[in-house]
Design a protein around this ligand. Structure first.
Ligand code: IMP
Length: 177
């Protein structure tokens, strides 16, 4: 079924069962890889709230989760826009950190944020992303746990928005061409 979000029309792309199967597969791998460890999940708001919630429910090892927002502000002329993390209250020093992102598009966000985290010396740092638009890559990011490689088309639903709307759709929909 088509759905209208503001002025754009979206068509079904990834259904509830597909999403939950992918998340189960990712969680199973994380549970095995981090056996005996106590990882700290850092979910990047707003888009990842549904994904992080469903993923975290399937994590069976002792784990913490913290939610951050990345704010972009204009830096100097030479630095362009600068990303800062808001709300990271848990110390990442010597922690096994797993970043939880809804979608990696150009890779710009993580390519700026990951070095800032590395600066705080986590023991390990991995990236878990539900979606990856491989063709859109401008800043290559290693995604350690990935749900789906998707075409370079705009998607909404399952936490992802179009101008703030569409996050409440319980599946992932693609813009109608
Ligand atoms: P990147 O910095 O280009 O990798 O973009 C990452 C961010 O852009 C994501 O966390 C999303 O908030 C947003 N984004 C990229 N593509 C989409 C999309 O198709 N739908 C909704 N949000 C998107």
């Amino acid at each position: 079924m088509k759905k209208q979000v503001l002025d754009k029309t979206f068509v079904p792309f990834l259904g509830k069962a597909e999403i939950s199967n992918a998340i189960a597969r990712m969680a199973e791998k994380i549970n095995a890889d981090y056996d005996g460890k106590k990882p700290l999940f850092i979910a990047i708001l707003n888009g990842s709230f549904m994904f992080a919630s469903d993923l975290f429910k399937k994590i069976e090892i002792p784990a913490e989760i913290s939610f951050i927002k990345l704010a972009s502000y204009k830096g100097t002329k030479s630095t362009g826009s600068v990303i800062t993390a808001i709300g990271l209250e848990t110390d990442v020093f010597e922690r096994d950190v797993i970043i939880v992102e809804d979608i990696v598009d150009t890779g710009k966000t993580l390519s700026e944020f990951l070095p800032q985290l590395i600066h705080q010396q986590p023991r390990s740092l991995k990236v878990c992303a539900l979606l990856h638009k491989k063709e859109a890559t401008r800043f290559p990011i290693v995604i350690d746990y990935m749900g789906f490689e998707i075409p370079n088309l705009f998607v909404v639903g399952y936490g992802l928005d179009y101008n703030g709307f569409g996050r409440n759709i319980d599946e992932i929909m693609q813009i109608a061409e």
